[in-house]
Design a protein around this ligand. Structure first.
Ligand SMILES: Cc1cc2nc3c(=O)[nH]c(=O)nc-3n(C[C@H](O)[C@H](O)[C@H](O)COP(=O)(O)OP(=O)(O)OC[C@H]3O[C@@H](n4cnc5c(N)ncnc54)[C@H](O)[C@@H]3O)c2cc1C
Length: 332
């Protein structure tokens, strides 16, 4: 079945947020093309009900003991499984998320199949004829964005940054669910994942938050991040930060937004005391609305903002938080 094949990932037995984002990317870039998804696992029986409503044409299930935990235990087994499926289903394009899984499995699969590969893409569009994808990637340390046309025949493997697209609703469809037998091709991986340490997580995950309140060097120290956290709590959002604030040790690097941090695309991104360097904007320019608080009216970030306050955050932020609190009380 030619078309687009998404390398799916599971989280807690359901399609992961990054997979929902790839569904959005596929729908926007290749409208009218058949889009299918494939999931790896040792036993995918339990996840069946969630898969039956995905807004896709087909769901492939690749099952093998070496593919336990979505194939995250080693990269060779899922690469072999996806490669066998790609040879069978002959998609024009395969989409991976640039997670640890996708960034390792995608290139392995591409190498095995002699496919064209584009890593770390922030967007993908179909060419004029609909067959030649064009991808956008940050280059020169994020100072510029380059467009690459993926010409030639054969499979194109495109690896997309998490957060570059908003997630699609995982319902409303009735895909055909098909088991694809990989027992003959999958071997035990030589590389094995020994353990996974989960990051302690209080509140909403930065990557999933619909509202992100980020702070930068302009905050002047670690203390003000408590105010940002309080505001984020009031709005049901998460706290982000610039690299300068993380490097200063004011907040953990897991909060860093940007080229070398996380890519987020919330509905609302509030940047407080952040100048708007290209490397920071690379991680948040997909946000719906950007609101800025900065005392320098010439700061670059105002060029990217929909709303901006020129002023000292120490005056603006408490008043803003008080208004949010009052509105929350008034709404009951
Ligand atoms: C390869 C590479 C990768 C990088 N990756 C990242 C990345 O992932 N994420 C990232 O963020 N950066 C990244 N950087 C760093 C980036 O270039 C900037 O140095 C960094 O984003 C600056 O952080 P900042 O805006 O907090 O600090 P600054 O640039 O120092 O800006 C501070 C801002 O706060 C304002 N301010 C000061 N006091 C107040 C006040 N009282 N009230 C209101 N506003 C105030 C100032 O006017 C200023 O605009 C990277 C750089 C390189 C070279």
């Amino acid at each position: 079945m030619p078309g687009v094949l998404i390398a799916g990932e599971l989280a807690g037995g359901r399609p992961a947020g990054v997979t929902a984002q790839l569904i959005t990317a596929a729908g926007r870039a290749f409208p009218g093309h058949a889009v299918s998804v494939a999931f790896c696992g040792d036993s995918l029986v339990d996840v069946g009900p969630f898969l039956k409503t995905l807004p896709l044409s087909r769901v492939w299930l690749l099952q093998h003991p070496a593919l336990a935990d979505g194939g995250s235990g080693g990269y060779e087994a899922p690469a072999e499984a996806f490669a066998a499926l790609a040879e069978h289903a002959t998609p024009d394009v395969m989409l991976f998320a640039r997670t640890d899984f996708g960034a390792n499995v995608g290139p392995r699969l591409g190498f095995r199949l002699g496919a064209s590969i584009a890593q770390d893409c922030t967007s993908v569009t179909a060419g004029v004829q609909g067959g030649t994808p064009t991808v956008t990637r940050p280059v020169y340390g994020g100072s510029a964005l380059a467009e690459f046309e993926m010409g030639g025949t054969g499979l194109k493997v495109i690896i997309i940054r998490p957060g570059a697209y908003s997630p699609a609703a995982l319902e409303g469809g009735s895909p055909e669910v098909v088991s694809f037998d990989v027992t003959a091709v999958v071997r035990e991986s030589r590389v094995k994942l020994i353990s996974t340490v989960k990051e302690a997580q209080a509140g909403v995950r930065l990557e999933d938050a619909k509202i992100v309140i980020s702070g930068g060097r302009g905050l002047g120290g670690p203390e003000p991040f408590k105010q940002l956290a309080e505001l984020a709590g009031l709005l049901g959002g998460a706290v982000g930060a610039s690299r300068a604030a993380c490097d200063a040790g004011w907040i953990d690097h897991s909060h860093q937004v940007g080229l070398t941090g996380k890519t987020v695309s919330p509905r609302l991104y509030v940047a407080v005391g952040i100048s708007g360097a290209s490397q920071h904007m690379a991680g948040c320019s997909g946000s719906g609305t950007i609101v800025v608080v900065n005392r320098d009216r010439e700061a670059n970030i105002f060029k990217e903002a929909r709303f901006g306050v020129v002023g000292d955050w120490q005056k603006v932020l408490p008043a803003f938080a008080a208004t949010v609190r009052d509105l929350g009380k008034a709404a009951g």
